[in-house]
Design a protein around this ligand. Structure first.
Ligand code: GLA
Length: 724
């Protein structure tokens, strides 16, 4: 008998192999330090999910899939079986993972297990239709140390006739059978991204999706499901995130059989992807995890995974620099003298990266002209960008540049030369939003034009950072030259080419970093995050609104990549919160300053310099530490977030009080993630502690908590803790 080797990772007992297989029962057990996932081959050859939850270590516990009977002629057994990757065929009526039409009109697809291959932490399972070689390879990758499993599928047409894919999902996930599940998801719109929704899952489908060609502000491709009893720090939470920056869909479905299933991948809306004989299509990746420590545990798992396994450079990537961006200060009115002046002031407060935003190229004096013409405007920069960039470098900062490569204004040399390059249907209107149209990036000539323009900019200038914007959604998604059978491939081709351009740019310019912006947070997902270093969270920089946007962002994504600027007031909603509040709100992510520094007083500069230097001190905790959301702005008059550095030596608490009433004191803030036995030096860097002491045990801080003197409207504090 083969002895099972076990290793201890933290407190969790884990098998030495992340992927175990039993040939006798044809079952697999995938294990990470936080979860296990099991599946097996049924009597009919279908691959079925058997378990998803807390870690298991003994594959002998997993029985082969049970044989079931139809409940009635209306309720076939397939509806009770958790098929890992169901084709639309036979007696299956839930959301399929794959739906096809063959050239002769036959649409039946029943997938059966053929073979599998384990290599390290990866498992490929080959499935095939019961009749013809329509082949699917399911890819699983286990990240044992991260608590994450990645799934995707490659669909291959092994027949000798063309077929068309009408739905191609990355994965179907199953919760343990039951009722009372709750779905948490993020929705929003421009300048109001990422609002948290938490609602019961009922029978039927709930669809989270984008039909807009980009990830979109409306939903983020992320979900969390709990059994109705999870809180911020307790309870079981199953969660997942899709890696796709185009039309995506996550369908959460409860069937009448108490089955709760989540399917996700390419949006099947307007999807039609022909495969010629021998051709294949790989779906986006769908990452998923499970936490027993509530939503906080789930997001900390995702943050670490994003930082170390998704972002370019992973764990080795540098801490995000303090950025200055010119947009809210100068909008389109950029020129060399004005930017030099801002750069001098940004350097004075400690900025490390100076980004010149929109307005530097072509005939770009407002949003009516110039997009597409990526040449430096000779009136604004008579000697090119070099003198400004040299000046920025002489101040000790890196230089970044705004671009919006996928777009074109009708009033541009590019559009005059290539009107056929935009997405359009022949003879029909081409809708403009913000006076711009979308280039058909699925075309190789467009891809090469964009790559060439950006490569030239990065080659000729010492540019460290592109802020890559996309300021409108796709409309009239036509590609007449491709012909009716192929034109809908653009939904996939557009995104693939976008990724390719970014990958090639980064390969040719290894120091180059990219920010993903799409009118704020319109393109944030695990696909783009494999290519960018930072994202623009929202065009809404109003600090009080930001607390909610940032809280929701942090449910799914790492604070390290969450760009947050300090800007001028009055801001959105006509609100004016104090500068210190604005700084502390922005210091909870990748700090930036977007204010018009020409309007700042000496006092503002002094405060800003102090805050930037505080930020640099606590940045490792914020950017690479564990986040504990202690008080939510959605439910409290107080917002408090705590970040604990990975080595536990440094922690920081940010607290905000919005509208104190009846002269009541703010509630005690009980901290988390500290060492009970350690003593901490506690320093109110901003704000005031009620307690007179400056040293506390971890036990006291976590059980009794800190009391802050937060009075008046929009009071804010930052407390730094150092373990002694
Ligand atoms: C978008 C971005 C802003 C700014 C403008 C420039 O709205 O989100 O930050 O770059 O475009 O036109």
């Amino acid at each position: 008998m083969k002895l099972l080797t076990l290793i201890f990772l933290g407190a969790v007992m884990m098998p030495a192999q992340s992927i175990q297989y039993s040939e006798a029962r044809k079952v697999w057990l995938l294990t990470t330090r936080q979860n296990s996932y099991a599946m097996g081959v049924g009597h009919d050859g279908a691959l079925r999910n058997l378990y998803w939850g807390a870690p298991l270590w003994r594959i002998e516990d997993i029985a082969a899939p049970a044989e079931r009977r139809d409940i009635s002629s209306f309720d076939p057994r397939q509806m009770l079986e958790n098929e890992e990757y169901p084709g639309w065929g036979g007696t299956r009526y839930y959301e399929p993972a794959l739906k096809i039409t063959r050239a002769d009109g036959d649409r039946d697809l029943v997938l059966q297990y053929v073979s599998h291959r384990v290599h390290g932490d990866e498992l490929d399972i080959a499935l095939k239709d019961i009749r013809d070689p329509v082949e699917v390879t399911l890819h699983y990758r286990v990240y044992p140390d991260y608590g994450i499993i990645r799934r995707s599928a490659t669909i291959r047409n092994g027949t000798n006739a063309a077929l068309t894919l009408e739905s191609a999902q990355a994965a179907a996930w199953y919760l343990p059978p039951g009722d009372g599940y709750q779905l948490t998801y993020l929705s929003g719109r421009w300048a109001a991204e990422a609002q948290i929704n938490h609602e019961p899952i009922h029978e039927g489908q709930k669809v989270l999706e984008s039909r807009k060609g980009h990830t979109s502000h409306n939903f983020n491709p992320w979900f969390a499901i709990d059994a109705g009893d999870a809180g911020e720090e307790s309870g079981r939470v199953w969660f997942g995130a899709l890696a796709w920056s185009g039309n995506w869909r996550i369908t959460v479905e409860q069937t009448p059989y108490r089955q709760v299933r989540v399917t996700g991948g390419f949006n099947s809306f307007d999807f039609s992807y022909p495969l010629q004989p021998g051709e294949s299509l790989e779906t986006p990746a769908f990452f998923a995890g499970y936490s027993q420590a509530g939503f906080g545990g789930a997001s900390r798992t995702m943050h670490r995974f994003e930082r170390e396994q998704i972002l370019p450079g992973g764990a080795q990537s540098r801490l995000r620099p303090v950025l200055y961006n010119s947009w809210e200060a100068t909008t389109f009115n950029v020129d060399e003298a004005g930017q030099r002046q801002l750069a001098d002031k940004a350097a004075r407060i400690g900025a490390e990266l100076f980004v010149m935003d929109d307005g530097w190229f072509g005939a770009r004096n407002d949003d009516h002209a110039g997009l597409g013409d990526w040449v430096v405007n000779p009136h604004k920069f008579p000697n090119g960008l070099k003198p400004l960039i040299d000046h920025v470098h002489s101040l000790g900062m890196d230089f970044g540049l705004w671009v919006e490569p996928e777009m074109v204004n009708a009033d541009s040399d590019l559009y005059r030369a290539h009107p056929d390059w935009v997405l359009h249907f022949d003879g029909r209107p081409r809708s403009e939003l913000r006076n711009q149209m979308v280039l058909n990036l699925a075309r190789d000539d467009v891809k090469e034009y964009i790559f060439g323009a950006l490569d030239k900019l990065a080659t000729e200038n010492n540019i460290r950072y592109f802020k890559w914007d996309m300021n409108r959604a796709v409309s009239e998604p036509g590609w007449p030259e491709a012909g009716p059978a192929n034109e809908r491939k653009l939904w996939v081709g557009y995104v693939r080419n976008l990724y390719e351009i970014m990958d090639r740019l980064r390969a040719r310019h290894p120091r180059l970093e990219i920010e993903s912006c799409s009118g704020g947070g319109g393109r944030i997902d695990e696909g783009i995050l494999q290519r960018v270093d930072e994202v623009w969270t929202s065009d809404n920089t109003e600090a009080f609104d930001r607390l909610r946007i940032q809280e929701a962002f942090s449910m799914a994504h790492a604070p390290k990549i969450m760009s947050a600027w300090v800007t001028d007031v009055p801001n959105m909603n006509g609100r004016s919160v104090p500068l210190v509040y604005r700084f502390l709100a922005a210091m909870q992510g990748a700090l930036g300053i977007g204010a018009n520094l020409n309007h700042w007083t000496d006092q503002d500069f002094a405060l800003a310099t102090r805050m930037v230097s505080l930020y640099k001190r606590i940045r490792p905790a914020v950017q690479t530490g564990d986040l504990y959301r202690l008080f939510s702005p959605r439910t409290n008059d107080l917002t408090a977030n705590e970040y604990v550095a990975p080595d536990g030596k440094l922690a920081v608490v940010f607290a905000f009080r919005h509208s104190q009433q009846y002269n009541t004191a703010a509630p005690a803030i009980r901290l988390r993630g500290l060492d009970e036995k350690a003593t901490y030096r506690v320093e109110a860097s901003e704000g005031k502690l009620v307690e007179p002491q400056t040293q506390f045990s971890g036990a006291y801080l976590m059980s009794a908590g800190l009391n802050l003197d937060l009075r008046g409207d929009y009071a804010a504090a930052a407390i730094v803790l150092e373990r002694l």
